[in-house]
Each structure stands twice: as structure tokens, then as C-alpha cells.
Write a protein that binds this ligand. Structure first.
Ligand code: ZN
Length: 68
């Protein structure tokens, strides 16, 4: 009973619910796409979710490509 087939982990995109395979090549995980990742980031920034000690500029400058 040691021959268990491995299934890739599947997660649901937190923004739109699309299921995607959790893969190290998926740079947008846990989101399905850059769009969903950015959408979530914007929503997150518009609410009161502040990370103590981490400036918002650091979060924004990583992935948005100057597109906000
Ligand atoms: Zn999505």
C-alpha cells in the first residue's frame, strides 16, 4: 500500500473562486491570475488591513508594474 498516486494540490482563487493547481511555477498563487492578485491587493488596501511594521509602499511596489 505504498504506491499512492500523488495529486497536485488544488486551491480556489480567493478573488474569483477559480480552481488552480498549486504549483511553484504559478507566481500568482493563491490567485489564478495577475488580475485577481491585483484586485485582491486593491481591495485589501482599501480596507483596514494594515500589517504592523510593513509600509504599504513595499507591498505595492512588488507586482503592480506601475499599473495603479
Ligand atoms: Zn481568480
Amino acid at each position: 500500500m505504498s504506491n499512492i498516486a500523488k495529486k497536485p494540490p488544488v486551491v480556489a482563487c480567493p478573488n474569483c473562486g477559480t480552481e488552480l493547481i498549486w504549483d511553484s511555477r504559478n507566481t500568482f498563487r493563491p490567485f489564478c491570475s495577475a488580475r485577481c492578485k491585483n484586485n485582491d491587493l486593491v481591495a485589501w488596501a482599501n480596507e483596514d488591513h494594515a500589517i504592523p511594521g510593513q509600509p504599504l509602499e513595499d507591498v505595492f511596489s512588488e507586482d503592480l508594474d506601475g499599473n495603479y
